[in-house]
Design a protein around this ligand. Structure first.
Ligand code: SAM
Ligand code: SF4
Ligand code: SF4
Length: 338
């Protein structure tokens, strides 16, 4: 008989494993300069389907993580809506006991045609990345690959399919899209969405990150509050990544993800798995652990292997970012999906 599984392993800093971010594809149809710059990432990147975990492998993997206490699952990419038959995968994952919250992050470009099928398959929450409402700037921020109109059509289709509230991820960069702050808040308020402003992060190694480009969340919040007064809200749960505020006039809420100005490693309960089945225990990890061998032995073996890896985890990059000796070698964002 195999040894009983640790139901919720703790890492070196006492943090349990609660959330899983799973990339379903490495490829993306955009080339956002802060993530996957066109000059650095070839057009055909990530198109080799043979490298990806199959749906069977993904289901086994998620069963293993659920056995360890993971309750929240977010599918991401690359661009997850490029993965063929994604609704069929979602239906299988939604049925796994223990997975209480199933979400997806997308650039929204292919959402109009898929929103209803995703909803019917059991997807409950949707986050759409939206850094600007200016069509020309949108084109530039997608690396010349995307158009704003299909994304807005995708959002309309998603609301019509029953997704509510939809989260809108907006990465704010100094001197690039600061004027989008109010425009996106206004759009979110009018459509019943929740805008979430994300500090520009030094993820990966190819986006040329500079600290001067980071707009601290406090500044974004103050700009919004000057126009629409805010009041702080309690976190929905311990370890929530975004700090939440409500609009005093009752028009919903807004969130801020401040991983540069106010790191939250102490409560980080999140594991990430790339489309080729590697586990990353931090967004800024240099290397991943290949889960395929354990996966081949089934969900229980996978869970035991992940529990052992989690028990060795000591990552807290955002808290030590400025210290000498903090590694500058990081996995690329498009491999683990944020
Ligand atoms: N392609 C999908 C999308 O764009 O929504 C999912 C994957 S994308 C890597 C996930 C999120 O990471 C997006 O909201 C994107 O804006 C964010 N992101 C990418 N690079 C970033 C950076 N350097 N700093 C902060 N957020 C970043
Ligand atoms: Fe693609 Fe998303 Fe990265 Fe943009 S942020 S390049 S849409 S993976
Ligand atoms: Fe978690 Fe790493 Fe981000 Fe800290 S830097 S919150 S440990 S992913």
């Amino acid at each position: 008989m195999s040894a009983p599984l640790p139901s919720s392993p703790r890492d070196v800093l006492g943090r349990p494993l609660r959330d899983l971010r799973l990339s379903v594809i490495e490829a993306c149809n955009f080339r956002c300069p802060y993530c996957m710059p066109a000059e650095q990432v070839p057009d055909d990147y990530g198109l080799d389907a043979a490298r990806r975990l199959s749906f069977d492998q993904i289901e086994t993997l998620v069963r293993g993580f659920a056995a360890l206490g993971v309750r929240k699952l977010r599918l991401t990419g690359g661009e997850p809506l490029l993965r063929k038959r994604l609704p069929a995968l979602i239906a299988r994952l939604a049925a796994i006991p223990g997975i209480e919250d199933l979400a997806l992050t997308t650039n929204g470009s292919l959402l109009a045609a898929q929103a209803r099928a995703l909803r019917e398959a059991g997807l409950r929450r949707l986050t759409v990345s939206l850094d600007t409402l200016d069509p020309a700037q949108f084109r530039a921020l997608s690396g010349g690959r995307g158009e704003l109109a299909p994304v807005l059509a995708g959002l309309d289709a998603a609301r019509a399919a029953g997704f509510a509230p939809i989260k809108l991820n907006c990465v704010v960069q100094r001197g690039v899209n600061e004027e989008a702050i109010e425009a996106i808040a206004d759009y979110a308020r009018r459509h019943g969405d929740v805008a979430r402003y994300i500090e520009y992060m030094d993820v990966g190694t190819c986006n040329g990150w500079r600290r001067e480009r980071v707009v601290p969340s406090a500044e974004v919040r103050d700009r919004i509050a000057a126009r629409w007064p805010l009041l702080p809200l309690d976190p929905n749960y311990r370890g929530e990544v975004a700090t939440r505020y409500g609009y005093r006039d009752g028009a919903g809420e807004v969130g801020f993800v401040s991983s540069v100005s106010a790191p939250f490693c102490g409560d980080c309960h999140r594991a990430r798995v790339s489309a080729d089945g590697r586990l990353y225990t931090c967004l800024f990890a240099a290397d991943g652990h290949d889960l395929r061998p354990a996966l081949a032995a089934g969900a229980e073996a996978l869970a035991a292997h992940v529990a052992a890896l989690w028990a060795r985890r000591a990552d807290r990059y955002s808290e030590i970012r400025s210290q000498a000796g903090a590694s500058r070698r990081h996995v690329e964002m498009f491999l683990i999906g944020g």
